[in-house]
Ligand binder design. Sequence first.
Ligand code: PHE
Length: 535
Amino acid sequence: MNFDTKPFHQPKAQAHILAKPKISKFSSAPASSPLIHRLLHLPPSLHLMAEEAVLGFLEHNEQIKDSGEFAEEKGISHEEIVNVIKSLNGFRFIDVQDIKKERWQLTAEGKTYAASGSPEFQLFMAVPPEGISRTELQKKLGDSVFKIGCQQAIKNKWVEMGKTQVSRKVEHVDDNVKALLIKINDGEALKQEDIDALKRRKLISPQIWKGYSVKKGPNYAPKRRKPATDLTRENLQSGEWKELQFKEYNFSAKGFPVEGGYLHPLLKVRRQMQMIFLQMGFEEMPTNNFVESSFWNFDALFQPQQHPARDSHDTFFLREPSTTKMLPEDYVERVKQIHESGGHGSRGYGYDWKREEANKNLLRTHTTAVSSRMLYALAKKPFEAKKYYSIDRVFRNEAVDRTHLAEFHQIEGLICDRGLSLGDLQGVLHDFFSRLGMSKLRFKPAYNPYTEPSMEIFGYHEGLKKWVEVGNSGMFRPEMLLPMGLPEDVTVIAWGLSLERPTMILYGIDNIRDLFGHKVDLSLIKSNPICRIGL
Ligand code: PHE
C-alpha cells in the first residue's frame, strides 16, 4: 500500500533550555569537570590542578609547545592534561593544535627478548667452548629460540654449524638486540638502521602518540569561573547577581524526551483506519468480548459444525467456563433448521446439528462474530440501513512464525441495506482502499462459509511494484441473514483485513514478533513516526 509515515518532529524545548557553548575543534561536547571526575574516579583537585597549570602557564608564556612534555614537567598524567585541554578548548579559553608523533613500542616477542635476551645470544651462551651436538642444543633451547637463534648467530658469524656439531667462532659476544629493545622501551631515540632492523624482525611496532600544542584562546582568563545557570534568591539578596557571569541560552537544544505515554504503531494505524471509516459514515460495533460462543462465532454464520476451522487446532476453546449459558432459543432453532435441512430456497448441509457444539466457548477467531450479533440485533427492530465497522483482537491457534501470531487484530466493515449488489461491494472497497492510498484493486473469487459470492482483494502496491493481498470480502449468505429475521430484499456486503499487515508495511517491519509480544524492542514503542494515511 502506498502507506507513508511522516517523521515525528519534536517541538522545540520550552522548559529546558540548556546552555551549550560553541565547540571549535573537538566534536565531543566539552566535559564539565564533575562528570570527568566521576568517570575517571579522580579527586576533583587533580583536575583543578591540571587546569590551573595550563591556564597559569599561558598567563606568562606564549604557548605550551607539547602537551606531553608539559605533563612530564608538571608531574601530571598526560591523560589528565588532555582532558583539561579539551574542556578549556570547548569554552574557547585556549586554542589548540594537534601533534602526532610516531613512537615505537615492543611487540610481545620484543618484550620477551628484552627480558631474557635475544635468541642468538641465548644460543651462543648455550654453546660450550668444546661445542655441542645440534640435537642437544635444540633440546636445551626449545624449537623457536633454536631456529631463530641459529639464523641470527650464523648471520653474525658467532657460531659454526657443522653437520651434527655446533661450535663457537668467537670467544665473546654482546647482546645488542636486547640493549636496543630496552632503549626503545625507555623511550630513547635509536639510529634509523637499528629501528629498521628491529622492525624487520617484528620486535617493535609503530604507535601513534597524540598530543597538543596550546595557545590562549579568545575567552582566555588565568582562572576559569564557572558561569551561573540560574539566578537564585541568594544571588539577589547578596547582590552577587551584579558580578555573576551567566551561561548563554541555547535555544536550539532539544528538550528531554517525555517518559511514558507512548502510542504503539498498531494504535496509530488503528486510529487512521477508524478515521477513514468515520469519514465514510460508519458506526463502530462493540467488540469488547474476546470470549464468544461457537454459536455466534460459527453457527450463526452458517459455518457447518464439521468445518476444519472449528477444530481445536485452529480455535482456542475455553476450559472454564466451557459453555455459554444464554442463546436466543427461537433463533437457535432457526439456525439449526437451516444447517440441517435448509429453507428459503437453500438445501442446507443435511447433517445432525448439535446444540453442545454451538454452546462451546472459545476465543473469537474473527470479528465477524460481532457482526453476526449486530445483524441479529438489527433484525429485531424495524429495518434500518446501517454501516458498521470494528477493529479489534482475534485469536487463532496457529504456529507462530515471522508473519503469524496466535492473536492479531481484524479490521471489518459491513453495509446492510436493501438491494445491495456485488457492484456496491466493489465500489465501497475502491473507496475504502483508495483512502488508504491504494487505488488499483483486483478481485479473485474465494470461499467463505458465510459469504456468497466471496472475493479476495488484491491491491497494487506502488512501493513494492506488485499486487499484494489486502483483504477478504463478500456478500453474507441468505442462509445467515434470513434466519435472523432480516427482510428478504436486504443484503449485507462486508470485508475484513488485518491491522498488523498494513502496520508492518507502513513501519517497515518484516517480523511480526518485532511489532507485537514480549520480544518487542521498547525503543520502537518510544520512538516511532506518526502515521498519516490517505488523508
Ligand atoms: N471473517 C473473515 C476472515 O476472518 C473476513 C471477512 C469479513 C470476510 C467479512 C468476508 C466478509 O478472514
